[in-house]
Design a protein around this ligand. Structure first.
Ligand SMILES: Nc1ncnc2c1ncn2[C@@H]1O[C@H](COP(=O)(O)OP(=O)(O)OP(=O)(O)O)[C@@H](O)[C@H]1O
Length: 298
């Protein structure tokens, strides 16, 4: 089986509100897939649909080749799920909760639980209610990873984790991939997950706006250019060039962005006396901001 998750025209309406709007995408078996989008984009809605915690208004989802609704019990045994709002009985000790969840999953070797707890620095004897938000999140991660499921579905797994623990988490994800497991994880911050993701989908207002590798998305970044001339130049002439946008002139300095080749810009600038030239690419976070706020087009 080469497809771990397949969404076809998946739509979820909450009354008149649209949670998800005809979303189609495929997650390949064995990949680490980042699911990104701003708050309210529909990430948790998608994840809840995958686990049959809510039902679609129309369209369909297949997970590990199964129907989330008809095959829910079989599917839940083969997946590890971390909810965005992971909650367990606060009066119980972390170790008791994990042992209980391990039994529900048909048994997990004790060393898997203690090993993950040691790695993430979780006190298994502590009562859940005494744990900080970050430590509760770590208990959530342990229960998702402990049975080495074929598919991990993680909703905002890095939320509340300090940078050191985030790195441990990323290592765990990398090891899961090496082990042949598939990881589908949501985040609204690309930099927290880009190091381990094979591909990322960016969604906004319930629809897909981009799906590619991080490198390919990076290659789509615009070039930011600042040219200084010996004397002021007519900005309009540059604004008309292919791919050149956001042109502004300040005295003898012209700034703009360029999509694609800068050839036309360089040739136009060469008609005048150039005294300085500076060019750099948008950083990834800026690019993502553009996806989050720019026109809704894939
Ligand atoms: N139970 C619900 N009832 C009504 N509207 C809902 C419900 N759940 C989600 N929505 C709406 O659906 C849209 C998508 O929400 P969702 O929680 O899936 O987004 P998200 O991408 O996970 O956001 P966040 O990053 O803030 O968790 C939002 O507009 C939200 O207000």
């Amino acid at each position: 089986m080469h497809t771990a998750i397949e969404l076809t025209e998946l739509t979820k309406s909450y009354g008149s509100r649209r949670g998800l709007d005809g979303l189609s995408l495929q997650v390949r078996a064995g990949e680490v897939f980042g699911y990104l989008g701003p708050n309210g984009a529909g990430k948790s809605t998608t994840i809840r649909l995958l686990l049959d915690l809510i039902r679609p208004t129309s369209g369909s989802a297949r997970v590990l080749g199964l129907d989330p609704r008809a095959d829910a019990a079989r599917l839940h045994r083969r997946t590890g799920y971390l909810a965005g709002d992971f909650v367990v009985d606060g009066r119980r000790r972390a170790g008791e909760c994990l042992a209980f969840l391990a039994r529900l999953r048909g048994g997990v070797p004790a060393h898997r639980i203690t090993g993950l707890a040691a790695r993430l620095d979780v006190d298994l004897d502590a009562r859940i209610k005494s744990l900080s938000k970050g430590n509760r999140q770590k208990v959530g991660l342990i229960q998702a990873f402990m049975h080495e499921p074929e598919l991990l579905i993680l909703d905002e797994p890095t939320s509340g984790l300090d940078p050191l623990v985030q790195q441990t988490f990323l290592d765990m994800v990398g090891e899961a991939r090496d082990n042949g497991q598939t990881v589908f994880m949501s985040s609204h911050i690309l930099s927290e997950v880009e190091a381990v993701t094979d591909r990322v989908a960016i969604i906004r207002e319930g629809a897909l706006v981009a799906l590619d590798t991080v490198d390919a998305l990076r290659a789509r970044s615009s070039l930011r250019v600042r040219v200084t001339f010996a004397a002021p130049v007519p900005a309009g002439e540059f604004a008309a060039l292919p791919g050149v946008q956001h042109v502004s002139a300040d005295g003898d300095t012209l700034t703009c962005t360029v999509d694609g080749s800068p050839d036309a810009l360089v040739k136009a600038a060469a008609q005048y006396t150039v005294t300085g030239l500076h060019a750099d690419t948008q950083d990834l976070e800026e690019l993502f901001q553009a996806y989050y706020t720019g026109p809704r087009a894939a």
